[in-house]
Design a protein around this ligand. Structure first.
Ligand code: ADP
Length: 266
């Protein structure tokens, strides 16, 4: 049985197709999210990679900020639950999940069964999210995917003191104008994200194993800064951007299996 999870975020759309609740048959990440062609493109791409059509999918769960906008889903489940499900499946020892996405950041605590016991979310402010990094990358005339490499050359981290993204952007511009190296400034940008996220994590408590998910987990500079801020090692989830979509596909397998049971017993 094939089941599908679709995670429609604020800045990207992710799809995972699972075979019998175990094997990933196809997956896709499209870097545009809710309100765009992203969800349809991610769906088409994942189906193509799996060699399937929509008719082959027994059950679909939509998650993420834009989950209510996807009409083809059988069910919608919150991204907190799906994130926990996906991470627990991949890393059963995970007790704290830190998810840094395009426009929000979350800290989730799990029990040993993978159930969510606590969570906090920053969705009000771009600081401490991928959006902050995108704004700064524009000022630095580079891609977000290049930031980590630039920061590797840092000799002395520039402290970015503004917590507001708009003021922090002005601070970055004036530090560069004052002759500070791009590397030192980028390391400061990573430290700023890490400080904000560490504040969020402090509100749920830090229980190991600590696992990082979300697109920003692909930025090794943020990971390093966060490990320094939290004074703890962090495990980057395998395929960190699609863990919530994987969780959604696992929930879809549970629901789809129940559907088949009641159908067979009729
Ligand atoms: P959402 O689910 O909120 O749409 P994601 O978890 O997909 O967000 O994360 C999107 C963010 O991930 C982007 O804002 C971007 O900053 C970051 N990102 C995506 N790909 C990369 C990459 N290759 N390197 C560094 N950062 C990345």
């Amino acid at each position: 049985m094939y089941t599908m999870g679709i995670d429609i975020g604020s800045s990207s759309s992710k799809v995972v197709i699972l075979e019998d609740g175990k094997k990933i048959a196809g997956e896709a990440v499209i870097p545009v999210g809710t309100g765009t062609s992203g969800p349809t493109r991610a769906l088409d791409e994942a189906l193509k990679r799996a060699g399937l059509t929509l008719d082959d999918i027994a059950w679909t769960v939509a998650t993420g900020y834009g989950r209510m906008t996807f009409g083809a889903a059988n069910e919608q489940i919150s991204e907190i639950s799906c994130q926990a499900k996906g991470v627990h499946h991949l890393l059963p020892a995970a007790r704290t999940i830190i998810d840094i996405g395009g426009q929000d950041a979350k800290a989730i605590q799990l029990d040993d069964q993978g159930f969510v016991t606590k969570f906090v979310m920053n969705e009000k402010c771009a600081a401490g999210t991928g959006r902050f990094l995108e704004v700064m990358a524009r000022v630095l005339e580079c891609e977000v995917s290049q930031l980590a490499q630039i920061a590797e050359e840092a000799a002395q981290v520039v402290t970015i003191s503004s917590t507001c993204t708009v003021f922090a952007e002005s601070e970055v511009i004036s530090q560069l104008a004052a002759g500070r190296s791009r590397a030192d400034v980028v390391a400061g940008i990573h430290q700023s994200v890490a400080r904000r996220v560490a504040g969020l994590v402090g509100r749920v408590g830090l229980v190991p194993q600590v696992v990082l998910t979300g697109g920003v987990a692909k930025n090794a500079g943020v990971v390093k800064a966060l490990e320094q801020e939290l004074k703890t090692p962090i495990t980057i989830a395998p395929m960190p951007q699609i863990t919530a979509a994987l969780g959604a596909a696992l929930y879809a397998y549970q629901s789809g299996s129940k559907g088949c049971e009641s159908f067979n017993s009729r």
